[in-house]
Every structure is written in C-alpha cells, then in structure tokens.
Design a protein around this ligand. Structure first.
Ligand SMILES: [Zn+2]
Length: 329
C-alpha cells in the first residue's frame, strides 16, 4: 500500500478541488453509492499517516449556514492550476511479487469523536485507505499498462469519480472508502512526515524488548511508515530487523530514527520532483556492497507478517549476550 510520502502527494493533488461542488459522479464502488456525492461540496482534506480524509458538506447546509466555506481551506502556496494534468500512478517500487500485498492492520492514532449524531453540525469525512496499487488521478484516467492473461487491454476501473464545478475531476483507484461522522483526530507527534514528529516518543517505543522491525510498523508511533521505509531505514542504520530494541542502545536507535526521517523526506521530495525513490535493499537480491540479501516474512507472533529484506553482513544479528551499542563491522 502507498506509504506516507505517496499519500501526501495524493493530498496535494486533491487540495485544489477544496471549495468546489461535485457536479457529476461515477465509479464502481458498491459500498459507497457514487451518486450520493452529487451536489456535495468538498470542504477540506487532511492526510494522516497513510490515510487521506475528505470532508464533504451537503448543499443545503452550505446555503443555510451562510458561512462561505468556499473561501477557506486552500493553503498558501498550493497551486490552483486546475488545467494541469497530474497523475499519480501507484508506486512501482511497492509491488512485491512475493505476496506482500495485504493491507496491514494497526491503530494509527486516529480516534473517533463521540459525536454519533449527524445533527448538530457533525462533519462528514470520507476516509480513504489505499490498497497496494491504490492511486488518485486528476483530470485523466489510469490506462492499462499491459494486456492481461487473455490478451485484453483492460483499463483499471475507478472506485469513485468526482467531477467538480471547476471542470476538473478526480478518479480514485484501489482504495477502501468509509464515511466517518466525526473529525479525524490525530496527533501529528506520531506522523513521520510532520514537523511535530516526536522523536522522544518514537525512541521510547523502539527501545522496547521486541524486534525493531515490528515497532517501526506500529502506526501509533510511526504513522505513515510502511514496509519500504522500514527495510531501507534498517539497512541504512546497519541494524538487523530482529534486533530487540532494548539491546541496541540510544545512539543506534537515534540513527535509525534519523534514517526513517531522512528517507521519508527524500521520498516525498522525489514525489514532487517526479523522481523515483532509490532503494538499496527493498526487493533487492544484493546489497550495494554485493552481498547476498536475505528475504523473510517477519512480524509479531499471531500478527501480520511482512516481507523483510536484509543483508546479514551489513546488518549483523545481535545476540543477547552482546553489550549494547555494538557497531557493525
Ligand atoms: Zn551488505
């Protein structure tokens, strides 16, 4: 599934449509009736970790409340050029032939507000969670990149298509969408791409006895961090994925958090510059030094197992008897 940097890019693509009304709909979603979006106003969008949130208000409310939501949420510096053709294909790099495709579970720090009642000014937020090949396209549709097994060129079918009053449209592919009658409440302290990311809280979580590769995917502390970032940060920090955090010592854990932040920020920057993020270990057969790479599905007992790549030479395993802060040779 797309990780934090990709979902931030989707958020950036959606933002210019905030303040516009849905004038036409389409899409294959059975769960959400696409026609129910007709005439709604897109009023806000937020990104939290790997999830995107879109707030829609009904037309009547907009009129009766009298406060013009049209003037609100476009952020400074965001492009309003609606004619541009932006597209965002799903990350090639997130494709895993090994079956690493399930959507991981996990609390990502979001909480539902108590307001169950849609009355009383409750906000309607559409929560979008992307599948492995999930993507959003702007003003154009995704096209088949190759023929299927029968030799047909079938274009992917969008789950939801929203045409807006400003003449552009958004097409959502391979995602789960659910309505929430509450604001997304989220602590930016756990978002790896937020300026408010709380290193202390992250370090404390990593310092527990369990393998660091489990903690890194815990969205309560590392919201937006997915399997690619996990593998790359561990490799760059020279840390074996199964190292218990309690054996690593603070300097090495700090280096790991630095690599998480640096890799994620670079990836995000690349998203906007149109460059592919370079991976050194993820889905590789050799590390950059030419050592053979090991691949194994790792995860907490009874929990979701994620394919993990590491170099046994660059990321040596710590044994319980070793002193803390052992550096790899
Ligand atoms: Zn190596």
């Amino acid at each position: 599934m797309p990780e934090g940097p990709s979902v931030r890019k989707f958020h950036h693509l959606v933002s210019p449509f905030v303040g516009q009304q849905v004038v036409k709909t389409g899409g294959s979603s059975k769960k959400l009736n696409p026609t129910s979006f007709q005439s709604l106003w897109l009023q806000d969008t937020q990104v939290h970790g790997k999830k995107l949130f879109l707030r829609f208000d009904p037309d009547e409310e907009t009129v009766s409340l009298g406060n013009s939501p049209l003037s609100e949420p476009l952020r400074k510096g965001e492009q309003k050029d609606k004619a541009r053709h932006h597209q965002e294909a799903s990350d090639q790099s997130s494709r895993s032939p090994g079956g690493d495709s399930a959507v991981p579970s996990g609390d990502d720090g979001l909480q539902c507000l108590a307001g169950d009642s849609p009355a009383g000014g409750a906000e309607r937020w559409l929560q979008v969670r992307f599948g492995l090949f999930g993507s959003i396209w702007v003003n154009e549709f995704s096209r088949a990149k190759k023929a299927n097994k029968r030799g047909d060129w079938r274009d992917p079918i969008p789950r939801l298509v929203l045409h807006f009053s400003g003449s552009g449209f958004l097409a959502f592919y391979n995602c789960q969408m659910t309505w929430r009658i509450s604001s997304p409440v989220f602590s930016p302290a756990s978002d790896i791409l937020s300026e408010k990311f709380h290193r202390g809280q992250a370090l404390e979580a990593l310092g527990r006895e369990q393998p660091v590769c489990y903690t890194l995917l815990d969205q309560r502390y590392f919201s937006g961090l997915g399997n690619i970032i996990k593998n790359e940060a561990l490799f760059r920090a020279g840390i074996h994925p199964l190292s218990p955090g309690s054996l690593l010592g603070l300097p090495r854990l700090e280096a790991l958090v630095d690599h998480v932040a640096a890799f994620s920020a670079d990836w995000l920057l690349g998203k906007f510059q149109g460059t592919q993020q370079h991976t050194q270990i993820y889905q590789k057969e050799q590390c950059p030094s030419g050592h053979p790479v090991v691949r194994e599905a790792l995860g907490p007992p009874g929990g979701f197992q994620r394919l993990t790549w590491w170099c046994p030479q660059c990321q040596p395993r710590l044994s319980a008897g070793e002193p803390k802060q052992v550096q790899p040779s």
